[in-house]
Design a protein. Sequence first.
Length: 277
Amino acid sequence: MKPSLKMRVLTAAVGVPVIVLILLAPTWVMLCTVILCSLIGIYEFYDAVNMKKEVPLLCLFGFLGTVILPLCAFLLPKQILTCAYGYLVILFLAMLGSNRKIMITDVAMLIISLIYIPFMLSHLLFIRRLDFGNILVWLVFLGAFMTDSCAFFAGKLFGKHKLCPNISPKKTIEGAVGGVIGCGLGFLLFAFIINTFISAYIGGAEMSYMLMFILGVIASFVAQIGDLTASLIKRQFGIKDFGKMFPGHGGMLDRCDSIIMVAPVVFIFAAQISLFI
């Protein structure tokens, strides 16, 4: 086994049990985890795009927004809108009082970072509050990790045609297809496990195999979009990884780039169409 692959496996062997414990823990543990991961991720993002050096004051507002956004999962829509408006007014006041040191482009980058990281990750909390949310939230990590693993091995075995050579030279079309198929099958297996072993403990409710497969395919598609988008950002700013927090995997954003995209899709799908019958 190559040293890089060995390091990835060892990191996963430690990380997966931690994730399982978080998913089994009360909601407040997930809230704290989302806030912590978002803070680390947004720190890496600001470092990558040079905001820490150019507009450090604005970064402080970014960290504040990163803490506030996950808490909005427990607020009413009118309360969220009030907080968002007040926060935007504060940003504009900071820009007006900076003697033209803070540009509107800096504020735009800040807002994008808040949407991209803490807002997207906060969908883990939105999912947790749905009916059967303690089960549905597992799908986010299943979608991200199954896509990553299946695409990696499918690409190694069958990869011949480059997917996006200018963004991520190692990714292939065959790997991407393998990721989609593997994720869809992974969702089917998850539904089988729930229906066979868990259904009796949740009032006899069972997961729809058809809907689960469809969601698995969609989740894999957006997971790969998230991965490629993160790669594009890194190429645009001339960095290899966002950080070095996870040996063999890079930083927090390198590890969460797929999760960031999958979480909203699982929430939107499950909130509109019940996966249980």
